[in-house]
Design a protein around this ligand. Structure first.
Ligand code: ADP
Ligand code: MG
Length: 245
């Protein structure tokens, strides 16, 4: 699903060079949920942005579904991102004057999908993330955790193969954080979508199947997180059942 090969990145500002990532190699299988764990400044966001095609690496390759995204031109990459990649930001990045439902549907507007189909898909996703009764509200009328649920629904509406999340619970209190992590685990278990989650918190990383540790721009360890056993969990609000398993 995702393969990172000999990836290095150096930021260049004028004559100043800042090497940030050094010869990173790993691969992620379809349906895996992994964390990138490291302290602040270790290069997590840079690595995530490179994998999501938001920046070009100075060296190395990133393959998503077998396609080297660093070789694509701007238009190809934009189209590939629209059809294969979802992204969840720490700060939600919702459009304030759009309703919850309009925010979720926005990627489909870019795809030229007609309103009735957009609505059907957004309502289904919003109910999956627990916001069926909030669809016509504006982001400012929601709590932080609810806003992140909107952003999660938006990331899934194009049915991406892989979703990247940069510190998705970084702005939330610990109870809400756990609810969002439970939701992501649930969505991963039920959708087969691959998730890559950046975090600096060990407790969050431990809940994903696998942890890639970054330190000063180097991959230092690749370890197991939570054991994933048994059949997929039933869809929608299966969080509690799952936690008790
Ligand atoms: P993390 O997400 O793990 O906190 P980042 O990937 O944001 O780390 O940053 C890694 C390092 O790269 C930091 O030292 C940061 O200062 C540096 N860095 C990030 N973006 C830039 C940039 N645009 N120009 C120069 N240095 C940068
Ligand atoms: Mg970061």
């Amino acid at each position: 699903m995702l393969e990172v090969r000999q990836l290095s990145h150096t930021f260049q500002n004028g004559t100043e060079q800042t090497p940030v990532l050094k010869e990173i190699n790993f691969r992620v299988d379809k349906g895996e949920m992994i964390s990138l764990l490291g302290s602040s400044g270790s290069g997590k966001s840079t690595l995530l942005n490179l994998m999501a095609g938001l920046m070009k690496p100075t060296e190395g390759s990133i393959l998503i579904s077998g396609q080297p995204i660093e070789k694509m031109n701007e238009n190809q990459l934009a189209e590939f991102r629209r059809t294969h990649i979802g992204f969840i930001f720490q700060s939600y990045e919702l459009i304030p004057h759009f309703t919850v439902r309009e925010n979720v549907e926005l990627p489909l507007v870019f795809h030229g999908v007609k309103p009735s189909v957009r609505k059907e898909k957004s309502m289904k996703l919003l109910s999956q993330v627990g916001l069926a009764d909030k669809t016509e509200l504006f982001p400012s009328q929601l709590s932080g955790g609810q806003q992140q649920r909107v952003s999660i629904a938006r990331s899934l509406i194009t049915e991406p193969a892989i979703v990247f999340a940069d510190e998705p619970t970084g702005n939330l209190d610990s109870k809400t954080e756990q609810e969002i992590i439970d939701l992501l685990i649930d969505l991963n278990a039920n959708s087969g979508i691959t998730f890559v989650i950046v975090t600096h918190e060990q407790e969050v990383a431990m809940q994903t199947g696998r942890i890639i540790h970054l330190k000063d721009g180097e991959l230092t360890e690749d370890t197991r997180g939570r054991a994933i056993t048994g059949p997929a969990i039933p869809a929608v609000s299966g969080n509690e059942a799952f936690m008790n398993e």
